[in-house]
Design a protein around this ligand. Structure first.
Ligand code: G3P
Ligand code: CA
Length: 341
């Protein structure tokens, strides 16, 4: 663990480098204020909005009848009581797939804080108790109604940052997920490069289709993972290279990499290790929105505020996905105040 003095030095260095931030970096509420309330619930989104987030992020999958719902996984086991409610609906692999349930059925589920299905333990031990609350599945339409309704009341212009999940899987299930998503966004007026709607995906194909086939100029972000995660056939190693980033820049406006691809830890001299990724991405005109900053799951030896100040003011990332929007909003405000002094 670094000493408090080193931490403070890093914070001060980051703040000093806050060459007035050209447009504040954006705070993206990751699955809502999911550090406080169960992810993807209306409660978590309301809290994120009230905490000052710039964008509300839903992960999106499809129901059996083609409704777009805000859930992270293809399966329901980790965040709902599906096993109790629909015991006969399990697939051969022992899991309950969202796409096997109609929206009316999904609405019967009680959504709860994320657990490890095998043990029932909370994924993040100090979060909302899994046996409390009466939370429900949220559709993309409901999230947009909430966001646009609150914008009308407050005069703010909070955006949405939808992630199209598992495009190849949904295609195999017979859905054109890209077309379904675009129909919803069109209906709600999300059109044009300046709209407060950024679409993200770990798969390049849906983003390329949006740009070419749908001629959409909505901002697009290519999420970057790791080949070792084995979540699809995408070669992420190639995407991290300058050539790969140039290819991404041909169809997207930004990248969303894991934070540890930017901040690589502390050296023996106490200095923060920073990769060339942000510099390389900016060289080809890409914005950078890393994921996911969590108070209760930080890289070793650094606290939330110090790391975020480093990323914003010294490294120059353009936004961050976080489970704790209030804390990130606090950092942005502090950096802005310091830049204005
Ligand atoms: O979308 C950015 C970040 O959320 C990607 O990771 O798995 O939380 O969707 P995941
Ligand atoms: Ca996501």
């Amino acid at each position: 663990m670094k000493t408090l003095a080193v931490t403070l030095l890093i914070w001060l260095a980051a703040a000093a480098a806050a060459d007035p931030i050209a447009g504040d970096p954006i705070v993206i509420a990751h699955r809502g204020a999911s550090g406080y309330l169960p992810e993807h619930t209306l409660a978590a989104y309301v809290m994120a909005y009230a905490q000052g987030a710039d964008y509300l992020e839903p992960d999106l999958v499809l129901s059996a009848d083609g409704h777009v719902v805000a859930l992270h996984d293809l399966t329901l086991d980790a965040v709902s009581d599906v096993r109790v409610r629909f015991p006969g609906r399990v697939r051969e692999d022992g899991q309950y797939y969202v796409v096997d349930f109609t929206l009316a059925e999904l609405r019967q589920l009680r959504i709860h804080e994320r657990i490890e299905p095998a043990t029932g333990e909370l994924r993040y031990p100090r979060r909302f108790p899994a046996d409390r609350g009466s939370f429900a599945v949220v559709t993309l339409e409901e999230l947009i109604d909430l966001t646009q309704g609150l914008n009308a009341v407050t005069g703010r212009n909070v955006g949405i940052y939808p992630e199209l999940k598992f495009n190849a899987f949904h295609e195999a299930e017979g859905f054109d997920f890209v077309a379904i998503l675009m129909a919803v966004l069109d209906r709600y007026g999300y059109q044009g490069a300046d709209t407060r709607c950024i679409i993200q995906s770990f798969e390049p194909e849906p983003l390329m289709r949006l740009r070419e086939e749908f001629a959409s100029d909505l901002p697009l972000v290519q999420l970057l993972g790791e080949n070792a995660w084995g979540m699809n056939d995408v070669d992420y190693d190639a995407m991290y290279t300058p050539e790969g980033l140039a290819t991404i820049a041909s169809y997207a406006d930004g990248i969303g990499p894991p934070i540890n691809r930017i901040f690589t830890g502390f050296g023996a001299d106490g200095r923060a290790g920073i990769s060339t990724l942000v510099r390389d991405a900016k060289a080809v005109g890409l914005e950078v929105h890393p994921y996911t900053l969590r108070v209760d799951s930080l890289p070793e030896g650094v606290d939330f505020e110090t790391l975020l100040a480093l990323l914003f003011a010294q490294v120059g990332v353009d936004g961050v996905f976080t489970d704790h929007p209030d804390r990130a909003v606090g950092v942005v405000r502090k950096l802005r105040e310091q830049a204005e002094e």
